[in-house]
Design a protein around this ligand. Structure first.
Ligand code: SF4
Length: 79
C-alpha cells in the first residue's frame, strides 16, 4: 500500500486527534483543513478502498464515506 502521499497532506503538522473528532463541529474543522489539501483525492481513495470507518479522510466524514461506498456498490451491481 503506497502511503507516501500522506507526507504531503495539510494534516502533516496537525494533531491526529483533529481528524478523529467527537462531534459535528470537530468534523467541520477537520474538513476545512482538508479543503485545500493537494492529496485529498488520494486520501479519500485510500479511506474508501481500505474501508476506514473512523475519522475525516479526504475531506469526508464517516457518514459521507458510508454513503459513497453504498453508491459504489449499487453502481457495481448495475443500479
Ligand atoms: S485530505 Fe485531509 S486527512 Fe487527507 S491528507 Fe489531506 S488534510 Fe490530511
Amino acid at each position: 500500500m503506497e502511503t507516501k502521499w500522506m507526507t504531503k497532506g495539510n494534516c502533516r503538522n496537525k494533531a491526529p486527534e483533529v481528524f478523529f473528532p467527537s462531534d459535528g463541529l470537530g468534523v467541520e474543522v477537520a474538513k476545512k483543513i482538508c479543503e485545500t489539501c493537494k492529496v485529498k483525492n488520494l486520501c479519500l481513495s485510500h479511506a474508501i478502498e481500505n474501508r476506514i470507518d473512523h475519522g475525516v479522510w479526504g475531506g469526508t466524514s464517516e457518514r459521507q464515506r458510508r454513503r459513497l461506498r453504498k453508491e459504489q456498490q449499487l453502481i457495481a451491481v448495475g443500479f
